[in-house]
Design a protein around this ligand. Structure first.
Ligand SMILES: *Cc1c(COP(=O)(O)O)cnc(C)c1O
Length: 386
């Protein structure tokens, strides 16, 4: 039988072994790790809401109103008023008929995809889609097809052949992220919407890294491009810019009702804690209001200035990758940055494709100009000594 020690040694040898790093304290944009205060460039808390007093107050109130746990699945007795309020807020902000909250974005992705498609159906994903979407597709039993990142001619060919093979009754589900989590670039959503309509397919768009960052009210790329009402399922997480935890789908009523009946990660899992749902609702309201607009403006100012200063391409999101290629180079760069007081993670296979290991820098509205200047200077020095 395979020995775990041996498997771990193999990972180490390939530069792919991972370790957890206990964080002692968080005060954005800083983290304290092993007694050292580090400037954090690794979080997805793009607006700094995870430490916002309004979210903490909401969480405290949720806790007092409903207790620390929701005690059962939503379909048993865990469907608390606060969950319904959260879903009403999501649906209103997304402009959809309905929404459904899950305990994480991962659970939302796996639950939705497996509920919507089955053997005989087809799922078509962008090559760079998040693991949660890939896992949902695999688990569903549907035929899985993948197109090279953002290559629409290939997507169109896959759509045409799936429709030709399947006749009218089978479902075809196209899945893309709006902002890609490891590259920070955007999907051509308008064109994808046109293609899925032409071939009678459903479209699921994962806005995990776009909510809070893009769109006039921070709802994401679909809002920015004005195509939200043409997307069948809008997926998101409440754990990144929203500053709490959880995931959701926004869609028309019949699709949401189908998820309530068929999404196993929803049915067979205890409802999210009340405090988490209450904080998420406060985060969503904040993002959509005037303070969210101000934070977004500040974030984009910082992003543009930093990218110019660090000679990176113009940013499309708050994620700025610096691809170094091999694992050892990325690990060495991350270690040197850590030594200098910056937490910038090295991303390796299988999170990114082999041979594209990278530093993934994320900027937040909590970073001041002086923090960004310090990182730019250190990156410059590293490059000179490399
Ligand atoms: C983080 C992420 C998820 C999962 O969301 P969680 O709430 O963290 O489980 C799903 N999709 C994408 C693209 C993500 O980046």
């Amino acid at each position: 039988m395979r020995d775990p020690e041996h498997e771990l040694a193999e990972l180490s040898e390939a530069g792919l072994r991972r370790h957890l790093r206990p964080v002692d304290a968080v005060d954005p944009p800083f983290l304290t790790v092993a007694g050292r205060r580090l400037l954090n460039f690794s979080s997805n808390d793009y607006l700094g809401l995870a430490a916002h007093p309004a979210l903490q107050d909401a969480a405290a109130e949720g806790l007092q109103r409903h207790g620390s746990g929701s005690t059962a699945s939503r379909l048993v007795c865990g469907s608390l008023r606060i969950h319904h309020e959260l879903e009403e807020t999501i649906a209103r902000l997304k402009g959809s008929e309905a929404a459904l909250a899950f305990s994480s974005g991962y659970a939302a992705a796996v639950g939705a995809v497996t509920a919507l498609v089955r053997r005989g159906d087809t799922v078509i994903l962008d090559k760079l889609c998040h693991a949660s979407l890939v896992d949902g597709a695999r688990l569903s039993g549907a035929t899985v097809r993948v197109y090279p990142h953002n290559k629409l001619d290939k997507l169109e060919r896959l759509l045409a052949s799936a429709r030709a093979r399947s006749g009218g009754s089978q479902r075809i589900l196209v899945i893309t992220e709006s902002v890609f989590s490891m590259d920070g670039d955007r999907a051509p959503l308008e064109e994808i919407v046109t293609l899925k309509d032409r071939h009678d397919a459903l479209l699921l768009v994962d806005e995990a890294h776009a909510v809070g960052v893009l769109g006039p009210t921070g709802q994401g790329l679909a809002e920015e491009l004005g195509v939200a009402d043409r997307i069948d399922l809008q997926l998101g997480t409440l754990g990144k810019a929203v500053g709490s935890a959880g995931g959701y789908l926004a869609a028309k009523r019949s699709i949401i009702d189908l998820l309530v009946n068929k999404a196993r990660s929803f049915i067979y899992s205890t409802a999210p804690p009340p405090a988490q749902a209450a904080a998420a609702r406060a985060g969503l309201e904040l993002i959509a209001g005037p303070e969210g607009a101000r934070l977004r403006e500040r974030l984009w100012e910082r992003l543009r200035a930093f990218a110019a200063r660090a000679r990176l391409p113009a940013p499309e999101s708050a994620i700025l990758p610096r691809v170094l290629g091999d694992n050892d180079a990325a690990l060495a760069a991350a270690a040197a940055l850590l030594e200098a007081g910056f937490l910038v993670p090295a991303m390796r296979f299988p999170t990114v494709p082999r041979g594209t290991a990278r530093l993934r820098i994320t900027i937040s509205a909590a970073h001041g100009p002086e923090h960004l200047e310090a990182l730019a200077k250190t990156l410059e020095n590293l490059q000179e000594t490399a």
